[in-house]
Design a binder for this molecule. Sequence first.
Ligand code: AMP
Length: 251
Amino acid sequence: MSVFLAGVCTVLAAISLGAGLVAAEAKPPAQTIVILIGPPGSGKGTQAARLSKELSLPHLSTGDLFRENLKKETPLGLQAKEYMNSGKLVPDALVLDMLMKRVKESDSVHGYLLDGFPRTVAQAEALAKFTAPPSQVLVLNLAVSDDQIIKRLTGRLTCEGCGQLYNALLSKEAMKEQCSQCGGQLLQRPDDRLEVIEERLKVFHEQTAPVLAYYHKKGLLVTVDGAMPPDEVYSQLIEAYERFKREKPIR
Ligand code: AMP
């Protein structure tokens, strides 16, 4: 009898251990998702590059992904081109399809840093569906006035070789028309022309400002003054991130 009971216990233990293993395998990994939001030219790209290194999270910029597709003349790039050059948003379905594929890559298993996404409430809702708990989301908003943005973007030049940014109004280097890092040519982005910047700002206020309200309601939003010098902005972003990690540790 006791041998029989011991056998039953062993089988039950094996079943529960097996179930535990299955449950452990099925549990999605805890991810940290940091979202940088702000109007065009608020410094998202510059800050995201620094934060990505410091936090060891891959920097996923939907604008950069579209520009890469455009350069390679992929069907997606060609579909996105007109929207981008006129300062309009690329339709949600195209953006989501592109991003879903990107976040499945192995470097994004433990999280990622989003730059330029989400830009509509529909995109934010779609993101919420594929970032269920135990993932944690922190949204960092770079606030900069429209006047400042226009000043920054009308002078912005980008190296066609390495993507380094310059401001013709602020930097003497940009006057040389060549990148001091790789010697590449400095060009103005087609969407940094004044009339396109005005359209991009209008799109930001109409379609992206509601995304800020969406995250504010969820208690996930931290706003930083993006008009401060870049180093100061960076230290405030890091401070916000560290506070978030202390207060909401991944369980
Ligand atoms: P960015 O470099 O982030 O300013 O993006 C450049 C352009 O790419 C935008 O003006 C849009 O046309 C397009 N784009 C980038 N991200 C998104 C997004 N999340 N939703 C829709 N369009 C986007």
